[in-house]
Design a protein around this ligand. Structure first.
Ligand code: NAP
Length: 276
């Protein structure tokens, strides 16, 4: 049985949670996962899947209303989740997210860094310094610092795993999304650079590169029939991806089934190829 404990820990941040009365079953039982930008889209599907596979999950995003709604939905599925607001670009929010996860669930084993922005659509040569800063602050620097700040807690557990959400654009730059693509390429480099250092601490880090997944973020690429048709021509499986197409692979990568995999990246693109 589940005990219904909806516990506002403090006015700000507000934490909603329900604890399972017994540990979850599944390959991630006993693990604690922190997933950024997880109240919608790919992050939400990942949080849900990690919960279904037995992890206790801290969901987060910028807006309290979104956090409340996501936690409520996941709790309705009897998953062990809590939620807190976190804008990943704000150091104090990241600290609060990490500290509350440890306070609520007793530690951190898994980090999924999923948040990203793309404030511009246009020729790369017209990118303003402000747009460069915003894209790199959120997509790259915040990812690095989240890893760095979470690492001491993961190390305390003796082993752990990090997954960064990049994009096929990190391998194959997309027209009009040039700097976003560069930021996603940087994440591939970041994971390679970090993998060997983290290995000494028994921490693995891997990257998932989605193709066209049907979310708000990508709606400009699938909402209009003509644009969608053109996009589908380049996808061998002939369909857009669903958010759930990205969640099983993350659950695998953070599990012991992937204990010999680190510094790797996986394309989830319906067959769009980016490399041999
Ligand atoms: P989405 O459906 O638009 O979801 C965005 C989520 O991010 C929301 O929960 C939003 O909630 C949160 N968010 C936005 N800015 C944030 C910030 N600064 N800090 C914390 N949370 C923030 O997006 P998505 O398509 O799932 O994208 C997720 C990841 O997949 C991104 O890294 C994206 O680059 C990557 N990706 C997506 C596709 C695709 O086709 N969809 C393809 C390749 C890669 P709030 O508004 O409450 O903050």
């Amino acid at each position: 049985m589940w005990s219904r404990v909806f516990r506002p820990v403090s006015a700000t941040p507000r934490i909603l949670m329900r604890m399972a009365s017994s540990a979850g079953n599944g390959k991630l039982a006993g693990k604690v996962a922190l997933v950024t930008a997880s109240t919608e889209g790919i992050g939400y599907a990942i949080a849900r899947r990690l919960g279904q596979d037995g992890a206790k999950v801290m969901v987060s995003s910028r807006k309290q209303a979104n956090v409340d709604a996501a936690v409520k939905q996941l709790q309705a599925e009897n998953l062990s989740v809590a939620g807190i607001t976190c804008h990943v670009g704000k150091p104090q929010d990241r600290t609060k997210l990490i500290e509350e996860t440890v306070k609520t669930f007793g530690g951190i084993d898994i980090l999924v860094s999923n948040a990203a922005v793309n404030p511009i659509y246009g020729p790369i040569m017209e990118t303003s310094p402000e747009a460069w800063d915003k894209i790199f602050d959120i997509n790259v620097k915040a990812t690095f610092f989240l890893c760095k700040e979470t690492l001491p807690y993961i190390k305390e557990r003796g082993k752990g795993s990090i997954v960064i959400i990049s994009s096929i654009a990190g391998y194959v730059p997309m027209k009009m999304l040039g700097v976003y693509a560069i930021s996603k390429t940087s994440l591939l480099g970041m994971s390679k650079a970090m993998a060997s250092e983290l290995a000494a601490d028994n921490v693995r880090i891997n990257v998932v590169c989605p193709g066209l997944i049907k979310t708000k973020f990508s709606q400009a690429l699938w909402q209009t029939e003509a644009v969608l048709e053109r996009a589908l021509e380049g996808i061998p499986l002939g369909r857009t991806g669903e958010t759930e197409d990205c969640s099983g692979i993350v659950s695998f990568l953070v599990s012991d089934d992937a204990s010999y995999i680190t510094g790797e990246s996986v394309l989830v693109t319906g067959g769009r190829s980016a490399r041999l």
